[in-house]
Design a protein around this ligand. Structure first.
Ligand code: MN3
Length: 231
């Protein structure tokens, strides 16, 4: 290697080096990459609805694994690593076919859990207000009817998935479940509320009683955030 080229490489970033040589960048994470954010509360904050051990494992192992595997799926792809995960899910058709399912699974897992933690708070809150309250009543009849529908959707989701309240691009509410880590963002819908019905979300405390977990979940809803997401 001639001296000029060596000095150029010395000053180049890992990504510049990769572009120059066609190799995978060694330090792709420096140019972006997905990170596991801290929970907005302690592991025991949602007791007794969700126990501290479940929160610790759910966030520290399950959510972390989605983040790690999403970074692996996009290894060497700096442009993708620099995008917010929700944007990637909205543009899922643009993701290279060879990694698309890995991104649906792990990008969905990262996004769904990131929203899920913020949808809950210690002690919960009284209920929706303002525009969200009006929209729930006009769409579903009452808050109780929405809760019953989300429960049925969660109970009838065979295997693993989520039960959602979403708004579409026109601001209209709907409720449905998705399989695995499929995100409503892939349909252009914004999650307002979502309940993780994977067994890892409730099994330590509720075992096979998914219905009991779903009934208790409403006690920890952060309705202030739901109002903001709908607005
Ligand atoms: Mn989960």
């Amino acid at each position: 290697m001639n001296p000029n080229r060596r000095s150029f490489l010395k000053g180049a970033s890992a990504l510049g080096f990769a572009a120059l040589t066609g190799t995978q960048p060694l330090f792709a994470a420096q140019a972006g990459g997905f990170e596991l954010a801290n929970l907005p509360y302690g592991f025991d904050a949602l007791e007794p609805v969700i126990d501290a051990k479940t929160m610790e494992i759910h966030w520290g192992r399950h959510h972390k694994a989605y983040v790690d595997n999403l970074n692996k799926a996009f290894a060497g792809k700096a442009d993708w690593l620099a995008k917010p995960v929700d944007q990637i899910l909205k543009e899922i058709g643009e993701v290279p076919p060879s990694i698309k399912q890995a991104v649906i699974n792990n990008g969905g897992g990262h996004s769904n859990h990131t929203h899920f933690w913020k949808m809950m708070k210690a002690g919960g809150s009284d209920g929706p207000t303002g525009n969200l309250k009006e929209a729930i009543v006009s769409t579903f009849g009452s808050l109780e009817k929405l809760q019953a529908l989300m429960t049925v959707n969660g109970m009838t989701r065979f295997g693993s998935g989520w039960t959602w309240l979403v708004k579409d691009q026109g601001g209209k509410l709907s409720a449905y479940s998705t399989a695995n880590q499929d995100s409503p963002l892939m349909k252009g819908h914004t999650p307002i509320l979502g309940i993780d019905v994977w067994e890892h979300a409730y099994y330590l405390k509720y075992q096979n009683k998914r219905a009991d977990y779903l009934a208790a979940w409403w006690k920890v809803v952060n309705w202030t955030r739901a109002d903001e997401l709908f607005a």
